[in-house]
Design a protein around this ligand. Structure first.
Ligand code: ASP
Length: 357
């Protein structure tokens, strides 16, 4: 090579080196997100794009990620399969495994956030459970989908993209467990599933949204004010199982022996999905008071979609020794009651937990 080419060669080598270093440092700066997959429709597959029936939890996390263009530009992503169930089969055991794994991962410096893929049927229960048990301010974002991965206009890929966009956002820190579905960011305390089939199924009717997520860009405008995560007194560390708590649905003519059967079956707590403001007929109220006398904690929640259940409104809770669920719907009241019963069986203490969480 003649000496006149040497400066040009050095220039070309320098450019190659700096672009390699640039790519390296860009990649190094990407946050690390761990996706914990539990199953659900987001991992579901059907025989065709328009078939209503499908199998939940048929697709692996790697296959889900492969279907999302641009996802690798957002974060360094690692996937782990915690379970592979439709969330109608979610159990306290899986929830506990998930909570413990999240706490272990978030304790690692190099993990910046967690995304949990989950079926939508019981997503609100797991979200609220984790909201009480995660011990970190780092983002924990749950996501699902209403259509399986094989459907025409599957909603899972964009939901997952947005969930990762929320999990890498420093503004998500300290807001408790968040749920991202159909561009909306919900807090774990308030969201609930409202449609059996529509893509726009999750609502936060009482407290509103935490924010909006659009193609990975977020706008936060609300902060869940209930105690959660780092401020919560509940710990996964010593829990291996939770006491049985049943939910009983109230209706006109409800037979009181449903409550007696639950007590006989070994429930340590009962949540009534009451009519209106947590009401039930006189005979059932008497059965509830009998159960309370035996040390079973009875919480009055409501089958009505919005509104809170107030203490001593139509029912004299003080006299009957019952608890009012405040803003928690029956399924979330059950989660809080199971955890509360590990600490206390005193009605007054449990009532104050319902005002706090
Ligand atoms: N049954 C499904 C589940 O909860 C529904 C869904 O994911 O949307 O796993």
């Amino acid at each position: 090579m003649t000496p006149k080419y040497i400066p040009r060669l050095l220039l070309v080598m320098g450019l190659i080196l700096s672009s390699c270093l640039g790519a390296f440092s860009e990649n190094k700066q990407l946050p690390t997100i761990v996706i914990l997959a539990t199953g659900g429709t987001i991992a579901g597959a059907a025989g065709s794009g328009t078939q209503a029936s499908y199998k939940s939890g048929a697709v692996t996390i790697d296959a889900m990620l492969a279907a999302i263009p641009g996802i690798k530009d957002l974060a360094k992503i690692k996937g782990e399969q915690i379970s592979n169930v439709g969330s109608q089969d979610m159990t306290v055991h899986i929830m506990l495994t998930l909570g413990k794994r999240i706490n272990a991962l978030l304790a690692q410096k190099e993990v910046d956030g967690i995304v949990v893929t989950h079926g939508t049927d019981t997503l609100e229960e797991t979200a609220f459970f984790l909201n009480l048990l995660v011990k970190s301010a780092k983002p924990v974002v749950m996501v699902g989908s209403m259509r399986p991965s094989t459907a025409v206009s599957a909603d899972g890929p964009l939901n997952l993209y947005n969930a990762i966009g929320v999990a890498i956002d420093p503004n998500s820190r300290g807001r408790g467990v968040l749920v991202v579905m159909n561009d909306w960011i919900h807090g774990a305390h308030s969201l609930t599933k409202t449609s059996t089939t529509a893509v726009q199924t999750f609502m936060s009717p009482l407290r509103g949204l935490v924010g909006i997520s659009s193609y990975g860009k977020n706008d936060f405008y609300n902060n869940p004010h209930w105690k959660h995560t780092t401020a919560s007194e509940f710990e996964t560390a010593n829990i291996s199982t939770l006491p049985r708590v049943d939910i009983l649905y109230a209706y006109a003519g409800m037979p009181p022996d449903l409550i007696d059967a639950s007590v006989a079956g070994g429930a340590k707590g009962i949540v009534i999905a009451g009519v209106g403001n947590g009401n039930m007929n006189r005979a059932s109220l008497e059965a509830a008071a009998r159960a309370a006398k035996k040390g079973i904690v009875v919480v009055r929640s409501s089958r009505v979609a919005t509104g809170s259940v107030g203490r001593n409104v139509e029912v004299n809770d003080d006299e009957l020794n019952l608890v009012a669920s405040d803003e928690l719907n029956p399924q979330k009241a059950r989660i809080l009651l199971m955890l509360a019963l590990l600490k206390t069986r005193t009605t007054a203490d449990i009532q104050s937990l319902f005002y706090t969480y």
